[in-house]
Design a protein around this ligand. Structure first.
Ligand code: FAD
Ligand code: NDP
Length: 490
């Protein structure tokens, strides 16, 4: 029986202890609410599991960035020789040491997260939540169950990697959920999928000395500016990462020697092929974790495996909200999840009216040469405003620090997509090069504040940096002039 209105165990129960859920739960408590936060992680098919904190901390941004950094350091060590360091040629990575260091860091974050929840008086419940009715939830704990009632619920259950529906996919393939704690070297790896995860994982695996191949079903980095996406792919190809284009996997079999035989097909020619790998990594997208929630008991409807919300993150049931990766049609990024969760809590308990603005969210793809952007892609700007009304300023550039080790500058490129007339409002900024996230973050604030080309090119740069290249943009695509620089300092 549903509890009498107003007589609930909690003001708010948050389902999911990841970026969105934790931010929301902590903010709600700070605004005076009585809050519980449920978090439960189901092991992967090969048994990988982790602690509280969600995807970002355990199997996402953090371990990914650490492995990316490990790979960049390997590159830096080799460059160091050109800078005069006496570097031992025999320097090589140690996968097991790297995994241990990464996992130790994650465990320390898990610990800090639990302490923080306790200090902030959020009740943490390590249980799998499912709805009984719009105000009641059952949490499946290790050995028993607990019924919990609340005035409001926030669904912040995130997602998990998909497996393709082909023979051997689940038995023999792994996903990003397994990679960062893999107890053996990945070796020759087939990375299936050319989104963020596929490209980032292939990038750091190559940097760590393994042999990744990326299998691309259609295009690289769907949703991103395609000129930039192709430059990213070419920069990876130049580093020795092959791309199998227009190809889909058909099956995975384990051979007697333990290697994985992958059969695949070219979707254009129909031609079939096969190769053997030590590891097959599925990076074919993620699905929302709606299944265990018994949403129909609460009357919450879903779109595919996601939850549709209005501009206040309310589902179709007035006391049930959703934030983070589980919501339909919004960027699946940690800072988006955190801010949306926090703003929701402030609206529910802090008297705020501020809504989440999901537009112009900056992002970075942490490939060996990183790509960051904010705002519209060139094709979206053209679609929205018409080719005649869009001006693209672009340029190649040569990072100073690349000269001595003679690193390739071929793909160091950036562009500003802008209004053609009037104040030349900037619609989008795209940058391919070192420390891309650090470069774009500040420009993202400028773009959100109404940045124009006039302001951009009259901003005095910081020399010698790569970020200053945005202030030096002077060549438009329309002019047909060569965007390759002659010198670095004038
Ligand atoms: P999650 O963090 O997934 O948290 C949801 C939690 O709820 C999980 O712990 C889940 O197990 C739990 N849960 C699910 N169902 C239930 C239930 N019924 N009961 C109780 N608990 C439940 N984003 C960036 O911004 N930058 C990056 O560099 C970046 N890199 C990434 C790299 C990888 C490999 C991946 C996979 C993702 C990356 N992301 C990155 C995306 C980012 O991790 C997510 O956008 C973010 O973690 C989403 O947070 P969330 O709170 O919505 O969900
Ligand atoms: P994406 O949806 O970005 O990419 C999935 C890729 O897999 C696409 O290339 C897709 O091809 C391909 N694919 C899908 N199904 C199949 C199939 N059956 N066979 C072969 N290929 C297939 O998902 P990701 O898993 O890469 O990332 C999920 C989300 O996580 C991202 O959208 C992002 O928001 C977040 N993330 C953010 C990061 C960051 O901020 N740096 C890093 C990593 C993840 P097609 O284009 O043909 O559909």
């Amino acid at each position: 029986m549903a509890p009498v209105q107003g007589n609930y165990d909690y003001d708010l129960v948050v389902i999911g202890g990841g970026s969105a859920g934790l931010a929301c739960a902590k903010e709600a408590v700070q605004n005076g609410a009585r809050v519980a936060c449920l978090d439960y992680v189901k092991p992967t098919p090969i048994g990988t599991k982790w602690g509280v904190g969600g995807t970002c901390v355990n199997v996402g941004c953090i371990p990914k960035k650490l492995m990316h950094q490990a790979s960049l350091l390997g590159e830096a060590v080799h460059e160091a020789a050109a800078y005069g360091w006496n570097v031992d040629d025999k320097i090589k990575p140690d996968w097991s040491k790297l995994v241990t260091s990464v996992q130790n860091h994650i465990k320390s974050v898990n610990w800090v997260t639990r302490v923080d929840l306790r200090d902030k008086k959020v009740e943490y419940i390590n249980g799998l939540g499912s709805f009984v009715d719009p105000h009641t939830m059952v949490a499946k704990l290790k050995t028993n169950e607990r019924t919990i009632t609340a005035e409001n619920f926030v669904i912040a259950v995130g997602g998990r990697p998909r497996y393709p529906d082909i023979p051997g996919a689940v038995e023999y393939g792994i996903t990003s959920d397994d990679l960062f704690s893999l107890d053996h070297e990945p070796g020759k790896t087939l990375v299936v999928g050319a989104g963020y995860i596929g490209l980032e994982c292939a990038g750091f695996l190559k940097g760590l000395g393994y042999e990744p191949t990326v299998m691309v079903r259609s295009i690289v980095l769907r949703g991103f500016d395609q000129q930039m996406a192709e430059l990213v792919a070419s920069s990876m190809d130049e580093r020795g990462i092959p791309f199998l284009r227009k190809t889909v996997p058909l099956s995975v079999e384990k051979q007697d020697d333990g290697k994985l035989l992958v059969k695949y097909k070219n979707t254009e020619t129909g031609e079939e092929g096969e190769d053997t790998y030590d590891t097959v990594l599925w990076a074919v997208g993620r699905k929302g974790l709606v299944e265990d929630l018994n949403l129909s008991n609460a009357g919450v409807t879903t779109v595919k495996d996601k939850i549709q919300v209005d501009t206040k993150e309310t589902t179709n049931v007035p006391n049930i909200y959703a934030v983070g990766d589980i919501i339909y049609g919004k960027p699946e990024l940690t800072p988006v999840a955190v801010l949306a969760g926090r703003l929701l809590a402030r609206r529910l308990y802090g008297g705020s009216n501020q809504r989440m603005d999901y537009s112009d969210v900056a992002t970075t793809v942490f490939t060996p040469l990183e790509y960051a952007c904010v705002g519209l892609s060139e094709e979206d700007a053209v679609k929205q405003y018409g080719a005649d009304n869009v001006e693209v300023f672009h340029g190649y550039y040569k990072p100073t620090e690349f000269f001595i080790p003679q690193k390739s500058v071929r793909y160091c490129y950036l562009k500003a997509v802008a209004e053609r007339s009037g104040d030349q409002r900037v619609y989008g900024l795209h940058y391919l090069g070192p420390v891309a996230g650090e470069v774009i973050q500040g420009f993202a604030a400028a773009l959100k504040s109404g940045l124009t080309i006039n302001t951009l090119i009259n901003t005095v740069g910081i020399h010698p940096t790569t970020a200053e290249e945005f202030t030096r943009l002077s060549i438009t695509k329309r002019s047909g002039l060569d965007p390759t620089p002659a010198s670095c300092c004038s």
